[in-house]
Write a protein that binds this ligand. Sequence first.
Ligand SMILES: Cc1ncc(COP(=O)(O)O)c(C=O)c1O
Length: 408
Amino acid sequence: MQPHLLHPLPDERGYFGEFGGSFIPPELQSVMDAIEAAYREVREDAAFLAELSRLFRDYVGRPSPIFHARNLSEACGSPIYLKREDLNHTGAHKINHCLGEALLAKRLGKKKLIAETGAGQHGVALATAAALVRLECDIYMGEVDIRKEHPNVVRMRILGANVVPVTHGRKTLKEAVDAAFAAYMKDPVNQIYCIGSVVGPHPFPMMVRDFQSIIGREAKERFAEMTGGLPDDVVACVGGGSNAMGIFTAFLDDAAVALHGVEPAGRGLDQPGEHAATLSRGKPGVMHGFRSYMLQEADGSPSPVYSVASGLDYPSVGPQHSYLHDLGRVNYAVIDDDEAIDAFFRLSRQEGIIPAIESAHAVAHACKLAGAHKGCRILVNLSGRGDKDIDFVMAHYGARYGIGSPLG
Ligand SMILES: Cc1ncc(COP(=O)(O)O)c(C=O)c1O
């Protein structure tokens, strides 16, 4: 048994305090029970764990390095270190849990992997894993995101996945989750819904966190080698919350390490529908099969949400984040669109690293912390690379940052 795949929470019913659980139709519950039983088996199965470790090393390129961003540190006033999940095969942290979920699906005899995607990173990672384990793959994606994240849509199709456009509502991430759930319900025996974050009914928040926890274990070890100690602050962006739980889990018991989750303030927190700051503005409710904080209307239905980062505009958040929020163990802050885009250019121009707009939210907050607490050592989870975002950024922000057409 590898102790790193275990953590005392959730309890046996899938709760982190009052959050989590499984709010699904009875016919789906038996399928979830089978997935949970299989997961509990594989996490103690030496052959499964060896195969996952082999893929992490030889396929993903793990361990991902930590880079001391000296130029950014100097400009901001405190040492900033980046955990380079952007260097993983497929360009983000999402591949960590997709490989775990795909291997599990294969063991369960499933025929098709299905999922939602916002920024396209989870979709690309799952399409990649599906190709590798030779399973069919359907990815549900909002029409707005299909236009915005075009390079990732092309990638998924080249990899052999079927990209299904979602055309209702705001046509973004929440609607993509709705559509993927509906498709899953049609055949939960032969299909498996590989949820893209630490959300959904039990056991997904636990399973996705465990597969992602490789980030924090590696980071803790390497950071100690580089600096002789622990970071003072660990920062990660929070959409559903998988990259954040991935890095936070290793530091939860280190009281001296302050943990910071960064949610998107979009166009402004005071404008309903123009942000996705669930923990700052939401309240507990049930959505997509689990109980957590959510942004909701007076009748309890999910509110419309928005962020410049397609991977962050989700009206709820993983149940463990809600628990850690109420416990006060993690500080949840917000960064708006303009601050995120500024950090996107800052990291590109000061360090030669183009971050995903999602990850740029974490970079922006790290810069604020660096200025406010001079001398603190800050570790940022750079969850993904920005290749997917360059056309969108160029079209909407190029002029502001002085890059028009090269031909003038
Ligand atoms: C690069 C990147 N970072 C972060 C996220 C947000 O997801 P999570 O909060 O589950 O890490 C996404 C989602 O698409 C992403 O693509």
